[in-house]
Design a binder for this molecule. Sequence first.
Ligand code: NDP
Length: 240
Amino acid sequence: MARTALVTGGSRGIGAAISRALKEEGYTVAATYAGNDEAAAKFTEETGIKTYKWNVADYDSSKDGIAQVEAELGPIDIVIANAGITRDAPFHKMTPQQWKEVIDTNLTGVFNTVHPVWSGMRDRGFGRIVVISSINGQKGQFGQVNYAATKAGDLGIIKSLAQEGAAKGITANAICPGYIATEMVMAVPEAVREKIIGMIPAGRLGEPEEIARCVTFLVSEDASFINGSTISANGAQFFV
Ligand code: NDP
């Protein structure tokens, strides 16, 4: 039977590309969204990917949502923790609310997504966790103290989960995308976006499908000895 994969934020952007790629590989896919873009979720559902709405920042909603997915589609063997938001501001103007929203969604959201499936993965002796971090978690970014903290935190999460899961057949890895052409990046003013592209040696933004292909590799049998690792997919935008 096909393994079941859960992709949080799988209704649009990078997550939608991941959902599609996993479906093409033959997995049963559940994509989640928050409820801000019903049209994108409807479109994803129409492509044969079951969509579910819950807030990853809330533990009980995540636990209940995951129980519903497992009841309908079977045990979740693959988790792609992709849902994420930005609330950018220079630190002197960053509000406690902006800090909290990003921490709750991008960091606590990963805990809330992985924790309810972890025991089942341990019991079955198989699991694949992939967290979508960011180049800005590796290098920091002006105006993103909150976001960079969460994305750096993701790397701590996967390195620790890898050590706890390795003997149980579970791998946990991260992907750090550079700038990818999704709504999150297209919302940046064009002049700033041009400046960003000027810093990327590849001379272009990445495509969501280029991140999705990293995911399909990391969840495959071929990647069984890759655990606690980070794939940087950023068009050679080195950061040291
Ligand atoms: P988008 O803004 O295009 O899509 C975000 C997705 O996450 C949507 O499906 C959204 O649902 C969902 N989501 C947001 N908040 C929540 C929540 N609280 N609960 C459940 N679902 C939620 O994002 P991207 O595709 O651009 O980014 C995806 C991931 O990749 C993020 O973690 C981001 O930080 C990371 N990343 C992105 C980069 C880029 O250049 N785009 C670069 C590096 C990392 P809804 O439609 O309902 O809002």
